[in-house]
Design a protein around this ligand. Structure first.
Ligand code: G3P
Ligand code: MG
Length: 250
């Protein structure tokens, strides 16, 4: 059974605030969300930051890539101006602080491991270790619904996360379900598959559920489609449109 919230704000606050920032989380919380998806990768010094693109420039006002900077330097860069002047100076979050904030405010996390090229295993290891330390209390108490879910397109990152923190749940992210999804899921020991809803069929959804796996979809922005997916047995999804699809959507 899916022990987590069903509606997640994608990248913190969907498209109503700059993605992967604390301002985004606060925007999601203002809309009633207590569950988010966000992206994490390692900076040059191996310290994880909350960021979607390894190549800076789209959301972060600086040249180069994430691995050209130490994390504390990234945390001084502006990740908000691209979205609007009122967000000028909104920093690239350090993962440790961001996750701590979410935990303290009861915001459940789907942490997407989004390694910069070549950093797959290191990202899985570091983020899994830090997450399991932060949630040692919930893990010890067996409070499954509070513990974050790590997900990734990178199987190397998932394997490394498994080795570093075997008790942390993981999910495999895919665009379309590959033909060998059962074997891959079993080999990785994941609890769920995270699928692009545009590539999912009702029959596939039924198969995944029948296999005893969780089924999560990204990124669902149309309420009619959201309703259809829930009707197929999809457990949860993330949305950019937190204004159209609220935390209690049915
Ligand atoms: O985790 C689901 C979704 O976030 C995957 O795509 O590019 O938005 O990280 P992306
Ligand atoms: Mg993501």
């Amino acid at each position: 059974m899916w022990p987590y919230p069903r509606m997640l704000a994608h990248r913190g606050g969907g498209t109503l605030a700059p993605e992967n920032t604390l301002a985004g989380v606060k925007r999601g919380m203002a809309a009633g969300f207590r569950a988010i998806e966000y992206d994490v990768m390692l900076a040059r010094d191996g310290v994880p930051v909350v960021l979607h693109d390894p190549l800076l420039g789209r959301t972060v006002a600086a040249p180069g890539s994430v691995t050209d900077y130490d994390a504390l330097a990234l945390a001084t860069l502006d990740a908000g101006s691209w979205f609007g002047p009122e967000y000028a100076g909104e920093p690239v979050p350090l993962f440790a602080e961001f996750a701590q904030y979410c935990k303290a405010h009861g915001v459940w996390m789907n942490i997407e491991l989004k390694p910069a090229p070549g950093f797959d295993a290191a990202t899985g290891t570091t983020v899994a270790r830090m997450t399991s330390a932060l949630f040692a209390d919930a893990l010890a108490a067996g409070e499954r619904g509070r513990v974050p879910l790590l997900s990734s397109f990178s199987e190397a990152a998932l394997q490394a996360a498994r080795a570093a923190a075997p008790r942390l749940p993981r999910a495999l992210l895919v665009d379309a379900l590959p033909p060998d999804w059962r074997e891959r899921a079993a080999g990785l020991g994941v609890v769920a598959l995270h699928v692009d809803h545009l590539a999912l069929t009702a029959a596939q959804a039924a198969d995944v559920k029948a296999a005893g796996l969780g089924l999560f979809c990204y990124t669902v922005n149309d309420p009619a489609r959201a309703r259809e997916l829930l009707g197929w047995g999809v457990d949860a999804f993330c949305t950019d449109r937190i204004d159209l699809i609220g935390p209690d959507f049915r």
